[in-house]
Design a protein around this ligand. Structure first.
Ligand SMILES: [Zn+2]
Length: 182
């Protein structure tokens, strides 16, 4: 049995014909606000050349909850499923994760990475920026300066990154402390 997950965990998916499904949206049945995969909990399975999805959507605006049961094919056409939602969910849960699904997800992630290079791609060199005397705590015996000075600006501490990965606009100190403009 598969647990209920947020539907965005199941995306992106790339089908064998190259179609990439990055997002799934549906308007709220009550207030029409567009809800996305992160507003839905349930299960999604890739079966051959389509993705089946059974979920409960929760509207953040009006708090309406409603069921969604549909199949998305490899042309991104969405068809409603007429089975009762609970039955469809049960059916999807009974399907084991399979090799096709695994590949569809890996291909989806790979394609997405090519389209929008991940900001946290590579470790950057650690520069010895001027640092505040004020210390926020310690990490592995190293004091964490409250801020560093970059181009004359104080940049506050953001987080510890043991692997030293930072995104654009962030600065790395001592190989693991990340600083980011507020
Ligand atoms: Zn709503």
């Amino acid at each position: 049995m598969q647990p209920n997950n947020r539907i965005d965990h199941f995306l992106p998916v790339r089908f064998g014909n190259g179609t990439l499904v990055k997002q799934f949206s549906k308007p709220c049945i009550k207030c029409q606000q567009l809800l996305h995969a992160r507003h839905m909990h349930g299960i999604a399975r890739v079966v051959e050349d389509h993705m089946a999805l059974a979920a409960t959507a929760h509207c953040p605006s009006c708090h309406t909850q409603f069921p969604i049961a549909c199949v998305i094919d490899n042309e991104k056409r969405v068809r409603r499923v007429v089975l009762p939602n609970f039955l469809f969910k049960l059916y999807l849960r009974s399907l084991p994760a399979n090799a096709i699904e695994q590949k569809a997800r890996e291909d989806g992630q790979a394609q997405l990475a090519r389209e929008q290079p991940a900001p946290q791609a590579a470790p950057v060199p650690s520069v010895d920026y001027p640092r505040a005397d004020a210390v926020l705590g310690q990490y592995q015996g190293k004091p964490i300066p409250a801020y560093i000075v970059v181009n004359g600006q104080e940049v506050p501490f953001d987080r510890v990154e043991p692997e030293g990965r930072v995104a654009n606009g962030e600065y790395l100190l001592d190989g693991c402390f990340v600083y980011k403009a507020a």
